[in-house]
Design a binder for this molecule. Structure first.
Ligand code: GDP
Length: 430
């Protein structure tokens, strides 16, 4: 059976923790989109880790970790990460890299940096990991697929020449930098070939066989619905689809094999980068939530940037769950809200004097003002609780209110960063 774990918000919902937890009962864990631009933080018996490219299941001896064709593959980052976990006592994971995955080149990172500098105040707030230039090249058909590392040397050099001709026009005339050289790019690719060769796999065939054998497969998403290039807050989005539906493409499996979609929703909101964020809060209120949030504060796992903070947004999250096709919602980081007397929840957007519950396109989103309902806080620490009925009444009411607003069943409540900090529950009827 195939399950997808994806974000219903702006990312950083705690997908890594849920993947790590469900990894226990999985055989294969696949990353299907995104790159090393965002990170998952995982706390387990080996310590605390920030993963960027490796799937969150790498800590188990029994799982196979797969980098799917949909990923923006930064080969040096992948191998640094691999070495990093092995150095900290994690057994060497079984890893496969799709022969159809494409490679993030050093010039993608360079172009990302140069373009953000050029845009200055109008920039996208990119992590400068090369993701947008990478996906642009993929769809312009001038990217390098892992399989191409194994083609005839002369053919590869010819392709490099063709690709960098275009790059060099931009480098010299738009950014006023030194041009790229064929020999350097060829050498870069040969370095990647050496690193990746032992791991290359025809992933879609591998997964097809695994599905036939009844293996448990997890698809692990990065970021969340609102960062999807089609359905998110375009153009302040990422460059690959963050939706569970894309899992079929980015892993190479039939769409009908995805039987369960776990949409991860955080009990409050946080976002990185620019873009409309209707329930955003500021000042001391935001600083307090940021510092108490997640596991050691809401700061980017890749960049260390402080995340923008806000109250839970039912409008965005309902939309987020719907676009993911949520069969289950995992409601995370609920423990963090225990300090609040009252908890505002955004239940509607006021746009030009009218209140809507539907998430609008970006130009309207910029004008939206939050409509809040204020719920009572529970004022205690709920970490360590394992049965839903043992949660304080106000806390259960918060979960049940959100579930009704979402219209999707909250079947997991996460009340701490560890694997065991989870409460399974039955939906109380929608
Ligand atoms: P991801 O990218 O969706 O995996 O999310 P991140 O890893 O960026 O952010 C989630 C943060 O919250 C991490 O630091 C997790 O360790 C932490 N976390 C996950 N679930 C919980 C939870 O239920 N409670 C608390 N306090 N922290 C959590």
């Amino acid at each position: 059976m195939v399950r997808a774990i994806v974000g219903a918000n702006w990312g950083d919902e705690g997908k890594g923790k849920i993947t790590d937890m469900l990894g226990q009962e999985s055989d294969i864990i696949v990353r299907f989109q995104g790159g090393a631009n965002a990170g998952h933080t995982i706390v387990n018996n080996y310590g605390k880790f920030a993963l960027h490219t490796l799937p969150s299941g790498v800590f188990y001896g029994h799982t196979t970790s797969i980098i799917g064709n949909g990923v923006a593959l930064n080969i040096p980052v992948l191998f640094q990460e691999l070495q990093g976990i092995v150095d900290r006592g994690v057994p060497v994971p079984k890893l496969f890299v799709s022969d159809r995955a494409q490679i993030v080149m050093s010039y993608h990172i360079l172009f990302d940096q140069l373009e953000e500098e050029r845009l200055a105040g109008k920039s996208f707030g990119s992590t400068k990991s090369g993701i947008a230039p990478f996906y642009s090249d993929k769809y312009a058909k001038i990217g390098f697929q892992v399989s191409e590392l194994f083609m005839e040397e002369a053919d590869l050099k010819e392709k490099i020449e063709r690709v960098i001709l275009q790059k060099n026009v931009m480098l010299e005339h738009l950014y006023h930098k030194e041009p790229l050289k064929v020999a350097d790019i060829f050498e870069e690719l040969m370095g990647y070939k050496k690193m990746v060769e032992p791991y290359v796999c025809d992933v879609s065939t591998y997964l097809w066989e695994a599905i036939k054998e009844g293996k448990n497969i997890l698809l692990e998403g990065q970021l969340g619905t609102l960062k999807d290039p089609d359905h998110g807050i375009y153009p302040m989005v990422t460059s690959s689809s963050t939706l569970a539906a894309y899992g079929a493409i980015g892993a190479g499996i039939p769409p009908y094999e995805i039987k369960q979609v776990i949409a991860v929703c955080k009990a409050y909101s946080s976002a990185v980068g620019a873009g409309a964020f209707v329930s955003e809060i500021f000042g001391d209120e935001a600083t307090e939530l940021r510092n108490r949030g997640g596991d050691g504060g809401e700061y980017g796992a890749t960049t260390g940037r402080p995340r923008r903070m806000g109250w839970f947004d039912c409008v965005a999250s309902r939309y987020g769950c719907r676009l993911q096709g949520a069969t289950d919602v995992a409601f995370t980081v609920l423990d963090v809200l225990g300090y609040l007397d009252e908890i505002p929840v955004c239940i509607g957007y006021e746009i030009d004097g009218k209140v809507t519950k539907e998430f609008p396109a970006t130009y309207l989103l910029e004008k939206a003002k939050p409509v809040y309902k204020v719920l009572p806080g529970w004022k205690c620490d709920i970490t360590g609780i394992r049965n839903y009925e043992e949660l304080p009444k106000e806390c259960r009411e918060y979960v049940e209110f959100v579930e009704k607003e979402l219209g999707f069943p909250i079947t997991m409540v996460s009340n701490g960063p560890g694997r065991e900090d989870i409460i399974f529950r039955k939906s109380t009827g929608l």
